[in-house]
Write a protein of this length. Structure first.
Length: 440
């Protein structure tokens, strides 16, 4: 619970009982005395009053009037993809070889000598795995390494950032780090640094945990999405999911399916491809994560300026059977949810060699489509082509997500306009502050 946010909402509404209410809310969450809760509420109100009315570019927030939930940010659908395009605009043009404007899994810069690319990425833990620190650590570490591998690079180091709310057990940190370093020990890639903090310091009470894991790698041959070409084939490895599938299994009381996600097959397949030297012929690699193949197809099409065509009958057999059974029993679209499979785009004449190397690691793989001229993506089902664009949100994979739904809100256009203005305002704020500092 964010007690600062609660206090500010009460103060802005002119609620005369905000102190009493906040004291009551604190007692609902914290194991403390009424006297201590009252003191905490009073202190939070004092601090909140001090920051209610601020002025100046550095202190005033840029606001859009659109909330994260309303716009679907983080839900790996149309709203989320649009937000990431705006993030790239706010960042602006960079000297990177691959930056956020490419919508790739990682960023890439060239070394000073120009002989290698340094790959950097970061992934946040799945928000619903707060009560499962080990699982959260395992899957976020694996995801971060995947994002380096799919750029054709060997990961060399991991870093972590973990935040636990004020009432969270200290052991959450250890459990989380154990999950990360399980992947670290299995792959030989060390966790070398990190940060450990409370969420919001004293202002956020409860036990919620959040954080992320970053990874760094190096390569001589990039496999970024922008290189996808007409005539290429699309290959896909088997997938059993990670954090998303684990969350589905947990919150639908199908806990045994979680075990299907505990593996490093993806990482082993990627390492084998890099070691084989075949990545120099691969045009693009990506991991099928949140948003599913639908989301990846949209991003690749937009970045490379091509159309991707998929064959549903070839994709279905590559989904882990217990995972697919669970998804279908819950009426969750497996094409719109994270499968943690490896998607490869390469010239047709290299497909057999790629599949041989991957299968030698014990991982199944098949050709599931091709690249042609045009834009967007299509999927072939029973011989007929269908539109394959992502929904407003990824496939709803928990009871709460099903309640919220996947449909585009009627006022999405209006929200996009508000988000556009906010992005423009942020860019202008950056320009003004940069100018002030340079002229000091």
């Amino acid at each position: 619970m964010d007690i600062e946010g609660y206090a500010k909402r009460g103060l802005l509404a002119g609620d005369p009982d905000v102190e009493d209410k906040l004291t009551s809310r604190i007692l609902e969450v914290k194991k403390t005395t009424t006297q201590h809760a009252r003191k905490l509420a009073k202190a939070a109100i004092v601090e909140s009053k001090a920051t209610l009315n601020v002025s100046g570019d550095v202190l005033e927030q840029t606001l859009s009037g659109v909330t994260m939930g309303q716009f679907g940010v983080g839900s790996r659908g149309m709203g989320d993809f649009y937000t990431h395009e705006k993030i790239a605009e706010v960042i602006g043009k960079t000297s990177a070889v691959v930056d956020s404007s490419h919508l790739d899994d990682s960023g890439a810069i060239k070394t000073s000598g120009g002989e290698k690319y340094i790959i950097v990425t970061v992934d946040g833990i799945h928000s619903r795995l707060s009560d499962f620190p080990f699982l959260a650590g395992f899957h976020v570490a694996r995801a971060s390494l995947r994002d380096v591998y799919v750029m054709g690079a060997h990961p060399v180091a991991l870093l972590s950032d973990i935040h636990v709310a004020d009432d969270g057990d200290v052991a959450k940190i250890f459990d989380h780090i154990a999950g990360i370093t399980t992947v670290s020990e299995l792959t030989g890639i060390p966790l070398i640094t990190g940060s450990t903090l409370r969420i919001g310091g004293d202002m956020v009470i409860g036990e919620r945990m959040t954080g992320g894991v970053g990874a760094v790698g190096a390569t001589s041959d990039l496999t970024s999405r922008i290189q996808s070409q007409v005539g290429d084939v699309i290959l896909l490895t088997e997938g059993a999911g990670g954090g998303t599938i684990s969350t589905t299994a947990l919150y639908y009381d199908m806990h045994e399916v979680v075990d299907e996600t505990i593996n490093i097959k993806f990482l082993e397949a990627c390492k084998a491809l890099i070691d084989s030297g075949l990545t120099r012929y691969i045009h693009a690699m990506t991991d099928v994560t949140n948003g599913g193949i639908r989301g990846d197809a949209k991003e690749i099409s937009r970045t490379a300026g091509v159309k991707l065509v998929f064959e549903e009958a070839r994709m279905r057999p590559l989904v882990n059977k217990p995972v697919l059974k669970m998804l279908e029993s819950l009426e969750i679209d497996y094409l719109g949810v994270s499968l943690d499979a490896l998607l490869i785009i390469a010239p047709d004449n290299f497909a057999d060699d790629i599949m041989r190397v991957v299968r030698d690691t014990g991982v199944e793989i098949d050709i599931i489509g091709h690249v042609e001229e045009g834009t967007g993506a299509e999927v072939i089902i029973n011989g007929e082509r269908h539109d394959f664009t992502p929904r407003f949100r990824e496939s709803a994979y928990t009871p709460i997500k099903k309640m919220i739904g996947e449909d585009e809100p009627r006022d999405f256009g209006e929200m996009k306009s508000a988000v556009n203005r906010a992005a423009h305002d942020a860019i202008e704020k950056k320009r003004r502050v940069v100018e002030i500092i340079r002229n000091q």
